[in-house]
Design a protein. Sequence first.
Length: 193
Amino acid sequence: MGLDYEIEMMPFPPRFMVPEYLEINILGTIPYMIDGKARMTESVGISQYLVDKYGPTDLKVNVDEEDYASYLNWLTHADATLTFPQTVFIRYTLQEPGVADKAAEGYKRWFLARLKLLESTLEDREYLCSNRFTIADICVSYAIYLAKSLGIEEAFKPNIKRWTDMLFEREAFKKIIAYKYDGEGPAGPFDEK
């Protein structure tokens, strides 16, 4: 969309590593977006906000388009179905290893089982909705990139691999993953250990 933005990288998880961050974001979670008076903590909500507030843009599927329902479903599916189980996996493999190994493995299996819809949807299409790149692709591909970062290689079924290979070659994606936390404290799941 060509918007100006500023990114501040922090050690992970910031609520424990940067206590003063709680004064800005009471949840202490990432992402956190500030846009004027707007304050947002949910990545999919942030994506929807940006396309609605700063559009029009082809990144948004409009209510009068055939794939509108699919678009909304993929946006919710991205965090609620694909990212959530990986957050449990992160907690019990990176933050509290040994505390609940079975839970970590169980949530990993849960995540992998939920990829059936994505794999089958991509069988006959290049993008998730409306035959174009939208925020649905951005939000869902985040969950797959997280899986890659966590070493969950089983996520890369043939159609998912083809789709992410294409998305991960986009210049905007390369630009954003180039940001790394370079201060003291542990890196997040995307930074090399």
